[in-house]
Design a protein around this ligand. Structure first.
Ligand code: IMP
Ligand code: MG
Length: 182
């Protein structure tokens, strides 16, 4: 459905969950931590489109050591409201990751199924190391055994939008993380 009406758009944004200031502070801290953690190592930031595009843009600018950036795109097939674990890579990385310490930069881990599949695929390519940093984590929703190496915010089981995350492709451009309501 195409939304052009601002009132219709705004009425679903109920509550600010994470403000711009909170996002900025946590991401700055994460950038500093990563700059220490990966110093002297060939670092490749891997982002899975589209949800993490804003997070990656902000996080990468808080990283003060050399790093490279690559993208992949995956389509998760959904059963009702949660992902099925059936993941198709629709755009692969351009890098051969064998020579890199790979850090997957994710927007949100919900059931964990999408990321678990991607990790499996990338491990086969034998990177020097493979770790995950996620902006948001909904641990209550997890159905596979997967824990991010770093998670910036743990949130309850409510659907959220903004800062890259969408509902029906809208709201990615909100500068905050907000709760969505029907
Ligand atoms: P998974 O359930 O961990 O496989 O998550 C699959 C994908 O669902 C995530 O990468 C997000 O794109 C999307 N997703 C999960 N929870 C939310 C949410 O609260 N808001 C927006 N997208 C979500
Ligand atoms: Mg995602």
């Amino acid at each position: 459905m195409l939304i052009t009406d601002k009132t219709e758009f705004d009425k679903h944004i109920t509550r600010t969950l994470i403000s711009e200031e909170e996002l900025r502070a946590k991401i700055k801290e994460a950038g500093e931590m990563l700059s220490r953690e990966y110093e002297g190592k060939p670092l490749l930031l891997v982002s899975i489109l589209k949800g993490a595009f804003i997070f990656l843009a902000d996080l990468s600018r808080e990283i003060t050591i050399p790093c490279e950036i690559d993208f992949m795109s995956a389509k998760s097939y959904f059963e009702g409201t949660s992902s099925s674990g059936n993941v198709e890579i629709t755009m692969d990385l351009k890098h051969d990751i064998k020579k890199y310490h790979v850090l997957i930069v994710e927007d949100i881990i919900d059931t964990g199924r999408t990321l678990a599949e991607i990790i499996k695929m990338l491990k086969v390519r034998e990177p020097l190391s493979l770790k995950v940093l996620t902006l948001l984590d909904k641990p209550e929703r997890r159905v596979v055994d997967l824990k991010a190496d770093w998670s910036l915010f743990t949130i309850p089981d409510n659907f959220v939008i903004g800062y890259g995350l969408d509902c029906g492709e809208y709201y990615r451009n909100l500068p905050i993380i907000a709760e969505y309501s029907e």
